[in-house]
Design a protein around this ligand. Structure first.
Ligand SMILES: [Zn+2]
Length: 267
């Protein structure tokens, strides 16, 4: 009854996405919780990715290869360095997120191959490779689950060592405290107020601002702004020195996991 009522309210209010819509779809409380957690964890990875772009820009880091791959490595390395159950799960979810994102499309276009980003599946495996390269015991199940073979899992230790050596060499001169990173939440509005709430509750923006802000001597203040953007995305703007985290991105990851749970139910 509660679900029907909430569903009716959601329909009347014209809400398009998120838990209200999820309740209208008869999701259990556990499923909503799982999708919330998945959405927050993937957003956490994306936040570190955007802060990677910020570090490249603000510290003038040299980049060999594609910057998008390099900052995925920074995000993965930073989350591995945290080493908590939560950050480990965030990496597992981020890799899973890129796999689910890949599964949304039936075919490729030329633009997928000349895009500045690697293909979604490559991004999923690059994250998993550094995870298993960092700690095979801890992440072997995740890599097995993704069908990465044993030989590659082993050689990923070299991939991880190279990323670690490179980042330590590049970032060591900047260790210390510099300009602060501020966190700002804009209003999520009627459609994405729920996303604003779960993001605030997770404290990932504050924790990450503290992690990066207290680690590196940034030359100028940075703002992390959670906001509505009209698209499911996140950005680093070098003009304003702002990282934008779109509430719609959280909605998109929420929907992605719900669709996956639905397809597993129907199998
Ligand atoms: Zn990027």
């Amino acid at each position: 009854m509660r679900n029907q009522l909430a569903g009716l309210i959601a329909l009347v209010a014209g809400l398009a996405a998120g838990p209200m819509d999820a309740i209208a779809q008869d999701l259990t409380r556990e499923q909503v919780h799982a999708a919330d957690e998945f959405a927050v964890n993937n957003t956490w990875f994306v936040l570190y990715h955007e802060l990677g772009h910020m570090l490249v820009d603000q510290l003038g880091l040299p980049v060999l290869g594609r910057e998008e791959d390099a900052v995925d490595n920074i995000a993965t390395f930073a989350l591995l360095a945290l080493g908590s159950d939560t950050s480990d799960q965030a990496l597992i979810d981020a890799s899973h997120g890129w796999m689910l994102s890949d599964a949304r499309y039936d075919s490729f276009y030329m633009s997928d191959f000349y895009d500045e980003h690697s293909l979604d599946l490559q991004r999923a495996f690059a994250i998993t490779c550094l995870m298993v390269g960092n700690d095979r015991k801890k992440f072997r199940d995740a890599a097995d689950h993704m069908e990465m073979d044993t030989g590659r899992q082993r050689s990923c230790a070299d991939d991880y060592a190279q990323v670690e050596t490179s980042l330590v060499a590049l970032l060591s001169p900047y260790i210390g405290e510099g300009a602060p990173i501020e966190v700002v939440y804009e209003d999520g509005g009627a459609d994405f107020g729920w996303a604003e709430r779960i993001l605030k509750r997770s404290k990932i923006l504050e924790k990450t601002a503290e992690d990066i802000g207290s680690s590196f001597a940034l030359p100028a203040p940075i703002t992390i702004r959670a906001t509505l953007c009209d698209e499911a995305n996140a950005f680093y703007d070098s003009e304003t020195r702002e990282v934008l985290v779109c509430y719609e991105l959280i909605g998109d990851y929420f929907d992605m996991l719900v669709a996956d749970m639905r397809s597993e139910e129907s199998d």
